[in-house]
Write a protein that binds this ligand. Structure first.
Ligand SMILES: Cc1cc2nc3c(=O)[nH]c(=O)nc-3n(C[C@H](O)[C@H](O)[C@H](O)COP(=O)(O)OP(=O)(O)OC[C@H]3O[C@@H](n4cnc5c(N)ncnc54)[C@H](O)[C@@H]3O)c2cc1C
Length: 388
C-alpha cells in the first residue's frame, strides 16, 4: 500500500477537466450574470453534459458512479476557477444523494438522470424563519388525504428556487407535530398550485437568488414522499452530510481563487524601490498562513468525503462538520487577506474581491453555523454536556 497521500488518478484527471471547462467561463461570466440578473445555465448544462454534475450518482441511472469525494472535487475546482456553482451543493449532492439512498426505484429512474445531466435542478428547503438553526422546531406539515399529501408551511433562505423545477421540502407529518423532528421529505414541483416564492434582497451579488417559500395547501401525489415517513433522521442526513462536505469544498475553492489573485498581485505590485509588496513579510506571512489553513481544510473535507463514500455515516458527520467549520473560517480569512493585499483596489468592482468577502461569510453561516458545529463537536466528539 502506498504511504503517499494523493487522490486517485481519475480524480486528478476529473479536476483537470473541470478546471478547463470552468476556466472557459471564469469569474467574469459569473459577475456578468450576477450584474445582469442572469443565471449560470450554460455552464451548468455543459457541466452536466460532461458528466460532472452527476459524478457521484449511480451509473445505472445516468450518473458517473463515483462518490462525494469526486463531486466535491468538481465543485472545488469550479470555485477555484472563479465559478462556484452553489446549486451543486443542493441538486446533485443533497437531493441526488437522498434519492439515490432512500428513493424508490421509480423515483430513482425519474429524477437521477435529469439531476445528473442538469436538465432538472432541485432546490432544498429545510430552514424556517421561526426555527433557524433548530430544525427540530420546523412546523411545515404534511397531511395525508387519500392518494395525496397536502403541505402547509413557510420556508426561508431557499436557494435557486427560480431556476429549480422541484424543491425537496423537509416537513413533518401531522401526527408527528411535537417533540423531536421526524422529517418527511417531499419532491414538490415549483409550479404546484399553492406554492409561491418571494425573493429576498441579498447584499451578496450572485446569480443564485434566495427565496421565502409559502406552501398553502400544496397537493402532491403519494409518490412525492422520498423515503419512509417513519424513516427518521438518517434519511435527512444522507443529504446533510454531503451538503456540509460540498459547502466545505466550495469555501476551499473560493479560498484558492482569492489566494491566487492575492499572490499574483503581491508579486506584481511595487511601491518601494524595485521590490514588489510581496517581498515584505507583512504581506507574505498572512498569505503563507492562509495557504496552510487552506490545505488543512481541504484534508478535512477529503477525509469526510472518504468516510461518507465508505458508508461510515457517523464518522462522516463528525468530519463533515469539522471540514465545514475549517473551510468557512479559512475562506473568510483568505478573502480578507486578499482584499488587504490589494489595498484600495481590493474594494473596487474591477478587482471583484469585495463581493467575495460576503460569499465567504456565507460559509460561516450556512448550511449550519459555526456555533452549531462547535456545539456538535463539544457534545459528540468531546463528550461534553449538551449546552443548547
Ligand atoms: C445565502 C444563503 C443560502 C441559503 N440556502 C439555503 C437553502 O437552500 N435551503 C435551506 O433550507 N436553507 C438555506 N439557508 C439557510 C441557512 O441554512 C441558515 O441561515 C442557517 O442554518 C442559520 O439559520 P438562521 O439564519 O435562522 O440563524 P439563527 O438560527 O437565527 O442563528 C443566528 C446566530 O445565532 C447563533 N446561534 C443559534 N443557536 C445557537 C446556539 N445554541 N449556540 C450558539 N450560537 C447559536 C448562530 O450560530 C448564528 O450566528 C441559506 C442561507 C443563506 C444565507
Amino acid at each position: 500500500m502506498s504511504t503517499m497521500f494523493t487522490e486517485p488518478e481519475e480524480r486528478v484527471a476529473l479536476r483537470e477537466a473541470v478546471k478547463k471547462l470552468a476556466s472557459k467561463y471564469g469569474r467574469e461570466y459569473i459577475e456578468k450574470q450576477a450584474a445582469e440578473g442572469g443565471k449560470t445555465t450554460e455552464l451548468w448544462l455543459e457541466m452536466g453534459k460532461n458528466g460532472f454534475l452527476g459524478v457521484n450518482l449511480p451509473e445505472e441511472y445516468g450518473g458517473g458512479g463515483g462518490g462525494m469525494a469526486d463531486l466535491a472535487a468538481v465543485l472545488e475546482e469550479a470555485a477555484a476557477a472563479g465559478a462556484p456553482l452553489l446549486m451543486m451543493v443542493v441538486s446533485p449532492a443533497i437531493v441526488g444523494s437522498i434519492i439515490a439512498r432512500c428513493g424508490t426505484e421509480e423515483q430513482k429512474q425519474h429524477w437521477i438522470p435529469k439531476i445528473a445531466d442538469g436538465s432538472v435542478t432541485a432546490a432544498f428547503g429545510i430552514t424556517e424563519a421561526d426555527a433557524g438553526s433548530n430544525a427540530h422546531k420546523i412546523t411545515t406539515t404534511a397531511t395525508r388525504d387519500g392518494d395525496e399529501w397536502v403541505l402547509n408551511g413557510q420556508k426561508t433562505f431557499i436557494s435557486g428556487v427560480d431556476e429549480a423545477q422541484v424543491v425537496l421540502i423537509v416537513s413533518r407529518t401531522a401526527d408527528a407535530k411535537t417533540g423531536k423532528l421526524k422529517p418527511a421529505l417531499f419532491m414538490v414541483p415549483t409550479d404546484a398550485p399553492g406554492f409561491t416564492k418571494q425573493p429576498i434582497p441579498m447584499a451578496w451579488k450572485a446569480p443564485e437568488k434566495q427565496f421565502t417559500l409559502f406552501l398553502d395547501n400544496v397537493r402532491v401525489p403519494a409518490d412525492a414522499l422520498v423515503g419512509d415517513e417513519d424513516g427518521g433522521l438518517w434519511q435527512l442526513f444522507a443529504g446533510l452530510n454531503p451538503e456540509r462536505i460540498m459547502g466545505a469544498a466550495m469555501s476551499c475553492g473560493l479560498g484558492r481563487y482569492a489566494l491566487e489573485k492575492a499572490v499574483e498581485y503581491a508579486k506584481a505590485r511595487s511601491v518601494w524601490k524595485d521590490a514588489p509588496i510581496g517581498a515584505h513579510q507583512g504581506i507574505q506571512h498572512p498569505l503563507a498562513k492562509a495557504k496552510i489553513e487552506l490545505e488543512q481544510a481541504r484534508l478535512l473535507w477529503q477525509k469526510a468525503a472518504a468516510m461518507y463514500d465508505a458508508g461510515d455515516d457517523f464518522g462522516a458527520g463528525e468530519y463533515a462538520n469539522m471540514a465545514k467549520y475549517a473551510a468557512g473560517e479559512v475562506a473568510c480569512n483568505i478573502t480578507d487577506v486578499a482584499v488587504h493585499t490589494h489595498g484600495g483596489n481590493g474594494l473596487t468592482e474591477e478587482y471583484g474581491l469585495a463581493n467575495l468577502l460576503i460569499a465567504a461569510r456565507l460559509g460561516r453561516i450556512a448550511p449550519v453555523s459555526r456555533e452549531m458545529i462547535l456545539n456538535f463537536v463539544a457534545m459528540h466528539t468531546l463528550g461534553l454536556p449538551k449546552s443548547y
